[in-house]
Design a protein around this ligand. Structure first.
Ligand SMILES: Nc1ncnc2c1ncn2[C@@H]1O[C@H](COP(=O)(O)OP(=O)(O)OP(=O)(O)O)[C@@H](O)[C@H]1O
Ligand SMILES: [Mg+2]
Length: 306
């Protein structure tokens, strides 16, 4: 029986040189260490969709990056266990991790174009995991690449495979990244706000594709988002983080309808934020006339109206 991803008591520290000076103005020797993640316990079963939410800086990305061991140089795993179906990722060698990234673990990021090599076509990007993880080469790899692009919702997969990343729109690039993430037939998908820059229709399509993969072949999904509507619609469970700790977790519906902690309540309040009632009448804002030049820098370059 596969257990999926299990993170136990993960502690991450940020280490930086001491920034203090002595009386003579010399920097003191030493290192300051501050916790980034403290005692993270988290699991994603095969076929499960777990949403990871929390305010900015709470440690969501660092949690996902720990799984891939792609942490910034100053941030270290202090202690804890990270296992994927029995494989100890915290102890794996770099060469093994390289095979796991894009293979057993697929990744989706917020800005796909930054993750692609601008000098390589999309087809070229897809060829790598197909060869490495699926053993596909030549014509077979090309055919599979086109299938993956079509499944990700790209209308003209053949042209897309020949395109360079800069030739794709943001939405097309996100779909291409989705195809790339699924090319190695991963057991686990780590998605870090992959749809926050997309329109709602595209966002839903990407989420539906992820949903299909998990139902059809048991893909486990750890999905980082600020969008609680996404959590409500797609997540089985939700984990709420704040200041490097898990504050609350449980079935998505239960946590969203009956939050137990102030952190979750704040997130829910922010999601339904309404403008406060105005007690003081507000003067109508002056309309711009064609004869006037917009003075605000943010209006420069816009066509004036009357
Ligand atoms: N590149 C980095 N180098 C050093 N420390 C970092 C780096 N990125 C993040 N951190 C530290 O890790 C903490 C958690 O950051 P993380 O990026 O995981 O937050 P997040 O929850 O993903 O926020 P957001 O919603 O804004 O993406 C931050 O408060 C910061 O102190
Ligand atoms: Mg983040």
């Amino acid at each position: 029986m596969l257990e999926g991803l299990i993170i136990e008591q993960l502690h991450l520290n940020h280490q930086a040189p001491l920034a203090e000076r002595n009386a003579a103005g010399r920097y003191l020797d030493g290192i300051v260490s501050r916790p980034v993640l403290s005692g993270i316990d988290l699991s994603v079963a095969p076929g499960e969709f777990v949403a990871l939410v929390g305010p900015s800086g709470s440690g969501k990305t660092m949690t996902a990056m720990s799984v891939l061991r792609l942490l910034p140089p100053q941030v270290r795993i202090d202690s804890g266990a990270i296992r994927l179906n029995g494989l100890d990722l915290a102890q794996s060698r770099e060469a093994d991790l390289n095979r796991i990234r894009g293979g057993r673990i697929g990744m989706l990021y917020q800005q796909p174009k930054r993750m692609f090599n601008p000098r390589r076509t999309i087809g070229n990007h897809l060829a790598e995991p197909l060869k490495l993880h699926q053993g596909l080469r030549g014509r077979n790899a090309k055919a599979r690449a086109k299938d993956l692009l079509a499944e990700a919702g790209l209308e003209d997969p053949a042209s897309c495979a020949l395109a360079y990343p800069h030739q794709l729109s943001g939405g097309m690039a996100q779909r291409a990244m989705m195809a790339l993430a699924l090319a190695g037939r991963p057991e686990l998908l780590l998605a870090d706000e992959p749809t926050s820059a997309l329109d709602k229709v595209l966002e839903r399509q990407i989420l539906q594709l992820i949903d299909r993969e998990r139902h059809e072949r048991g893909l486990g999904v750890l999905y980082i988002t600020h969008n609680l509507a996404t959590v409500a619609a797609f997540a089985d469970r939700v984990v709420v983080m704040d200041a490097g700790r898990i504050r609350e977790s449980g079935r998505a519906r239960a946590v969203l309808t009956d939050p137990k902690t102030a952190c979750t309540k704040n997130l829910l309040d922010a999601a339904t934020l309404m403008p406060p009632p105005r007690s003081v009448p507000v003067a109508p804002s002056p309309k711009l006339r064609l004869s006037e030049t917009p003075e605000s820098p943010c209006l420069r370059g816009f066509r004036r109206y009357s």
